[in-house]
Design a protein around this ligand. Sequence first.
Ligand code: ZN
Length: 83
Amino acid sequence: MPIYSYIAQDSEKSCAACRRGFDLRRPISRPALENCPLCKQPVKKLISGFNTPKVTKPLSVSDAKSAGFTILEKRCDGNYEKL
Ligand SMILES: [Zn+2]
């Protein structure tokens, strides 16, 4: 179950919990929380750096070779050619 972080949209009107932000474990099927469960003030979802998958760039042939991989490319005759 993913954990979402929420923080008050208007910290002037919000309670102590959502003023500094809180985490909530919610099923992914549930709609996003829009109001603080305590003070009912509007909250916004924070993008957590921990839950976001890191975007990795595709491995290029030269990257793979420098990492010690042997790259084989399938030739049109069905054999594999070592690059
Ligand atoms: Zn609140």
